[in-house]
Ligand binder design. Structure first.
Ligand code: GLU
Length: 471
């Protein structure tokens, strides 16, 4: 934690209209890291003002996604819709101060004005009532409240990632703050909420940069200090196209279901737009220590499954066996069709480190881990069936007899028994080992064979070898 800055308050402000997609997750992560780096606060605000598009399922998915990524927020999540009265109050205050005005234009009038502006090659400013007097409107006519935008000059935003970005004020329209039904617009709600929540830094996708200019004018009109803005480039797909929010497979729960670890996801998302020298493996503790806005990249990053797989493999290999077991337990029990007993648990704890060596995602481990469970008779892959054809089962029955005679079930003894069997039968070692492997694994992948035999235990190994004769 660093204390060279006054308290930093960041927020993640998703609109609950779909999954917590990968871009949103990265935005959440960066805001979270910034707050944690400076020992500040990270707040969560659900931007649910759009009643038609916001759903309870989407809110739950966002909360679940945040929890899975272990991005904890301070205090309760704020519902933007619950703050409509406050938004209205601010709009009325701007009206009273002359910074905003009532617009009585009908939809038809606005459409006509928009088309006229387009025909003349001008920007539509929505300013039909900017210079008119309220007394000109019919009594009781509905009105919206619009911001009186500055007409001259330029607005420059000093973006912490993009640098200074300037827009001519003549490009800005007199945007609506409060609709004629009294509901606030998104622009107003965001500014009021960020101000009231004491937000000091906003990290978000650069698709919001245009909004930033308009929001800036609301801050100006209210005499409020805008937060530091950091607009980060959007994530592009492997094909270079923008990642689609609606692409279901890219919700974070899809990544969870594909078998990625949250720590690997955090590391991957961190690197997707931020760097610390050449470091690729960055723990969350290091990320908190190192994360500032200075090293956020300006270029769009491309999503790359191979990189994510490699990182995930790293984090899988570094998990303690019992932690890994608890992560795969549910799926494994489903696969083998029973709850694990203590013998299976102890075999798995011994076997998992070797299984994790080759794995990229959790299902790679789960699938192979099932061979350490009580799953006799084993189902065999085509390759295993081939390796076990002809008179191989008879040979393995003899191997089983040799192994049964062992009194001290331990790797060196097992190995010696197999070697002396091969010698006595005048068989190449491979001719014995390969069928044993097929018989005890069913064709699944595992680490060293003799180690696997030791872990499986004497009676299980002998049983598996003899099953081939019995079937
Ligand atoms: N609710 C907006 C979104 O989900 C974000 C608004 C903001 O970060 O200012 O895209």
């Amino acid at each position: 934690m660093q204390t060279d800055m006054p308290t930093v308050v960041t927020r993640f402000a998703p609109s609950p209209t779909g999954f917590l997609h990968i871009g949103g997750a990265r935005t959440a992560l960066y805001n979270w890291l910034l707050a944690r780096h400076y020992g500040g606060k990270f707040l969560l605000r659900i931007e649910d003002t759009d009643k038609k598009r916001s759903t309870k399922e989407a809110i739950d998915a966002i909360i679940e996604g945040m929890k899975w990524l272990e991005l904890d927020w301070d205090g309760d999540a704020v519902s933007q819709a619950g703050r409509a009265d406050r938004h209205q109050e601010v709009a009325l205050q701007l009206l009273a101060d002359g910074k905003a005005y009532k617009c009585f234009a009908s939809q038809e009038e606005l459409t006509a004005a928009r088309e006229e502006a387009r025909a003349n090659g001008q920007n539509f400013r929505g300013d039909l009532w900017r210079d008119r007097n309220e007394s000109e409107a019919a009594a009781g006519a509905p009105f919206s409240i619009r911001l009186r935008m500055p007409r001259d000059g330029e607005t420059t935003i000093e973006d912490a990632v993009q640098g200074p970005v300037t827009v001519h004020n003549s490009n800005l329209d007199d945007m609506i703050l409060l609709r004629s039904d009294g509901t606030p617009t998104y622009m107003l709600a965001v500014v009021v909420d960020d101000h009231d929540m004491g937000i000091t830094h906003i990290v978000r996708g650069d698709d919001h940069l245009n909004n930033a200019f308009r929001q800036h004018q609301i801050y100006e009109a209210l005499g409020w200090t805008p937060p530091v803005l950091a607009h980060i480039p959007l994530i592009h797909g492997p094909d270079g196209k923008k990642l689609s929010k609606r692409h279901g497979a890219l919700g974070v729960e899809a990544y969870r279901d594909m078998g990625y670890l949250p720590e690997a996801m955090r590391n991957y998302l961190l690197r997707l737009g931020w760097s610390h020298g050449d470091d690729e493996i960055i723990s969350t503790a290091q990320a908190i220590e190192w994360f500032t806005l200075e090293n956020v990249g300006k270029g769009a990053a491309r999503f790359d499954f191979d990189k994510l797989d490699n990182l995930n493999g790293y984090y899988l290999r570094n998990l303690k066996a019992d932690a890994l077991l608890s992560l795969i337990r549910n799926d494994l029990e489903k696969e083998v069709g029973h709850s694990l007993d203590t013998a299976e648990e102890s075999r798995l704890v011994q076997a998992l480190p070797a299984l994790a060596e080759r794995a990229k995602r959790m299902p790679d481990i789960t699938e192979n881990a099932s061979l350490f469970c009580n799953v006799r008779p084993l189902s065999l892959t085509d390759q295993a069936v081939k390796a076990l054809s002809g008179d191989v089962p008879e040979m393995l029955a003899k191997v089983a007899n040799e192994l049964e005679a062992i009194t001290d079930w331990e790797q060196s003894v097992i190995k010696a028994a197999i070697l002396s069997f091969a010698e006595a039968e005048e068989l190449k070692l491979g001719k014995v080992m390969q069928p044993i492997r097929a018989a005890v694994t069913g064709g699944k992948q595992c680490g060293d064979l003799v180690e696997t035999l030791e872990i499986l235990g004497q009676s299980e190994v002998i049983g598996r070898l003899r099953d081939l004769i019995a079937t």
